[in-house]
Design a protein around this ligand. Structure first.
Ligand code: DOR
Ligand code: ZN
Length: 349
């Protein structure tokens, strides 16, 4: 157990983030670039990033929006291809070979925000997965079944049995990241899956359970997909993240939506943690007496999985409270961060 008032770690990366496009991108990219050297950028734009050309264009917009920390210097966006039933295998291969795409994202059709163009049946992307396995290109998975008759709290666990496990058997060398895991089932499955299987864990799933979503009334800014589960699952995620095990790494899944789209009769899924994500992860590790494992989770396990070098720069955090903004203005609206108006116990210098 380690306790410090200040901690310096190799600069972390965010292995799963939604930055969006246009005015929203201008607001979000600097927030992520402030804390992370690299980030895996999700491709579920309103017009999804399904081709290498679209990926290269989007990367340019992200770099421009991140500000003066240009690619290679301070912030490097790592782009992902949104898989569809009709993904062009040759284009995907070229995109990976040319370094436009780092990975490809599997959204089961209808699973979440902008997933309507997603994959309707894994059988439709057999050739894509063959090529990815062949190239060593990681597959990033939104791991929830979409069947209307499966309880929303069971969708991740059922996905393991019905989709993920058979897929891993069918493609024994495919590198897979089980994104934003929310259950003890997923943590155990990933642990047992060997070095080709990893998982990202968000800070909000480490901090809230499903009861928190209803504390004193319904709290739309805590609603995301996969939805937070019961407390026993949160505790299993805490154990996994702070264990130092190589298969678990940092991915915020920060997913901004205009407040009007969340505070609505049918609100959008997504927790916007980007403004203070690293401070909050540090707080969580501190509360667990596990600050000595923060660097592995935030800065080492991800690059090792992706076969990339660790960052050479470092970041320092102090045990000094900092304010979490009440909102971020975007165009004619606003986005409400995770724990808006509260404090985090740590400050990134
Ligand atoms: O809560 C979520 N929001 N989960 C996702 O998988 C997508 C994301 C978004 O893009 O808003
Ligand atoms: Zn996501």
């Amino acid at each position: 157990m380690a306790t410090f008032d200040t901690i310096t770690i190799k600069k972390p990366d965010d292995w799963h983030v939604h930055l969006r496009d246009g005015a929203m991108l201008s607001a979000t990219a600097p927030l992520t670039a402030r804390q992370f050297a690299r980030a895996i950028i999700m491709p579920n734009l309103a017009d999804p990033v399904t081709t290498a050309a679209a990926g290269a264009d989007y990367r340019s917009r992200v770099i421009a929006a991140a500000g003066d920390v240009g690619e290679g210097a301070g912030f490097t966006p790592l782009m992902t291809c949104y898989l569809t039933d009709n993904t062009d295998v040759a284009d995907l291969r070229q995109g990976f070979t040319d370094g436009v795409f780092t990975a490809a994202k599997l959204y089961p059709a209808g699973a979440t925000t902008n997933s309507d163009h997603g994959v309707t049946d894994i059988g439709n992307i057999t050739a894509v997965l063959d090529a990815m396995q062949d190239m060593g290109m990681p597959l990033l998975v939104h791991g929830e079944v979409t069947d209307a008759d499966i309880d929303v709290f069971d969708r991740e666990a059922v996905f393991i049995d019905r989709v993920l496990s058979p897929m891993l058997d069918r493609f024994p060398a495919l590198k897979v990241v089980f994104e934003h895991i929310t259950t003890s089932d997923a943590a155990a499955f990933v642990r047992a899956g060997g070095p080709r299987l990893g998982a990202t864990i968000t800070v909000h799933h480490l901090m809230i359970n499903r009861t928190d979503m209803f504390r004193g009334g319904i709290r739309p800014h805590l609603y995301c997909l996969p939805v937070a589960k019961r407390e026993a699952h949160r505790l299993a995620l805490l154990e996994a993240a702070t264990s130092g095990e190589a298969c678990f790494f940092l991915g915020t899944d920060s997913a901004p939506h205009d407040a009007r789209d969340k505070e609505a009769a049918c609100g959008c899924a997504g927790v916007f943690s980007a403004p203070t994500a690293l401070e909050l992860y540090t707080q969580v590790f501190d509360e667990q007496g596990a600050l000595d494992q923060l660097q592995a989770f935030a800065s080492e396990n991800g690059p090792r999985f992706y076969g990339l070098a660790e960052n050479e720069a470092t970041v320092t955090l102090n045990r000094v409270p900092s304010d979490i903004p009440t909102h971020i203005d975007v165009a004619d609206g606003r986005v409400i961060p995770f724990m808006a108006g509260e404090k985090t116990a740590w400050t990134l210098t």
